[in-house]
Design a protein around this ligand. Structure first.
Ligand SMILES: [Zn+2]
Ligand SMILES: [Zn+2]
Length: 56
């Protein structure tokens, strides 16, 4: 990577790459449009509110 960091999980790498892109909250809820800086926050948001959304 451009900063030399390595990540064991692809999702972590993807989240880190947004630092370079300048996007602070790249994860948006497709149900209500709420935005989150990390995917785990998005999933935490979706699980109680959008119970019908399938997260796999
Ligand atoms: Zn980097
Ligand atoms: Zn939502």
């Amino acid at each position: 990577m451009e900063c030399g960091k390595t990540f064991s999980r692809p999702t972590t790498l993807k989240e880190h790459q947004y630092i370079h892109s300048g996007e602070k909250k790249p994860f948006s809820c497709d149900q209500c449009g709420s935005r989150f800086s990390i995917s785990s926050s998005l999933k935490t948001h979706q699980s109680p509110i959008h119970v019908t959304s399938v997260i796999r």
